[in-house]
Design a binder for this molecule. Sequence first.
Ligand SMILES: [Cu+2]
Length: 153
Amino acid sequence: MFYQKTVKYFLIFSFFSLLFFSSNLNAEISVENEWARVTPSGTGSVYMEIKNNGNSDDKLLSASSDKAGMVMIHRSIREGDISKMIHIHDGITIPGNSSVSLKPGDYHLMLMNLDKNLPLGDKISIILNFEKNNSLEINPVAKLRPPKMHAHK
Ligand SMILES: [Cu+2]
């Protein structure tokens, strides 16, 4: 009887420590100020600030959305007077205890074949997949123009 009880408590303990550690891992990454700029032609750019509160680096590897045919990681770069977008294949590194901004003229998520019936002001569910942390869902609002950001003074 004693043995059975020990096993039972051990299993309960294992279950909760598993819960604790997996939720702990997720808490290291947080996303703020997410928003999406959509076009009538059915593409969209998604911007956000990704914070890594953990001590080790992580990487945003990919993203997906049920409102878009495909989601790619892009970066806008300037070559002389020409601005163009390049497809980032190896992800975006989010250094430990630091953050990376996806913003106009820089990194962004590119939504391809976006649902054309999506009304402005609606939220677009997007899943972000990281190398180490668990996947995270964000819900940026579809807009035509950038929202007014808080002024950091
Ligand atoms: Cu793009």
